[in-house]
Design a protein around this ligand. Sequence first.
Ligand code: PMV
Length: 353
Amino acid sequence: MSGEHPATGTRPRVRDAAGGASAVAHPNIALIKYWGKRDERLLLPWTDSLSMTLDIFPTTTRVRLAASAGRDEVLLDGVPARGEARRRVVAFLDLVRERAGLSRRAVVDSVNTVPTGAGLASSASGFAALAVAAAAAYGLGLDATGLSRLARRGSGSASRSVFGGFAAWYAGPSAGPDREADLASFAEPVPAGGLDPALVIAVVDAGPKAVSSREAMRRTVATSPLYRPWADSSGDDLAQMRAALLRGDLEAVGEIAERNALGMHATMLAARPAVRYLSPATLSVLDGVLQLRRDGVAAYATMDAGPNVKVLCRRADAHRVADAVRAAAAQGAVHIARPGPGARLLGEGEDGR
Ligand code: PMV
């Protein structure tokens, strides 16, 4: 590939003057959801998923190799990370070190631009930026597929944030050796013809979730009688979604995304005990979305592991949709996002925002 870097379209910039590398990545929202891991160590999902990377709320991460031994230093928004957040970053760095054959510790400095309490997960942008920066700092020389595979090990959905626009993440074969499954599970860009979409994000509750997505996925897979049927139908949803994206059919994209998300929430509601992320405010926004459709506006909802609603619509309708959603939610912030870029390394002095 003559040194071209597929994720960035530029030559790979390796380390900065101080031996560090910085990268920026944006969050993504799944239109066909990932829900359920078949391998927790390798972070392999049961189903393929497909998402849109956003153009708002980037995470910028710098990784520098430390001069001394000791421990990794991890700063999240300027504050030393602790507990589970720190453990996940260190485990990820251990994986990078193992691949690089290096033992040097790192200094990680990660800054998120998601407004505090926006209720949007930053794990996808966070681990995509960390994967790109850490791979460069430790000299792994990965292409975009390799970076996506690596980001997956930090957080499944991060595999998709390596790419801009729409991206599909493959589950890989569920039988056979671990190594083959690991190699086959990565994301890839998905072509979309002539769509000019927006995603209106209604933050109805910014608080922390009662059940982590990890625990909720486990419980759903282990106990929900609806999990298997949803997972099976998700494959058809994905095939239809690809075709709808290719022909630029926003109505079909929205319908498929909405039914896939509602189906995912149905699997959780049927888990034992039930996992319910949808709140009364979520349902009000869903009513608002139905009313928009009755009024002739193409608007379709999707929800993740929380009560917030993301409404897919045409870019030209985004402000009308935002007003309707604001009225329905009665409180909370509303953000408008459009398709955004993939993860990339930053040059010196660039801050990625
Ligand atoms: O990658 P995680 O562990 O943050 O899980 C993400 C799960 C959903 O957001 C609910 C769906 C998805 O595909 O992003």
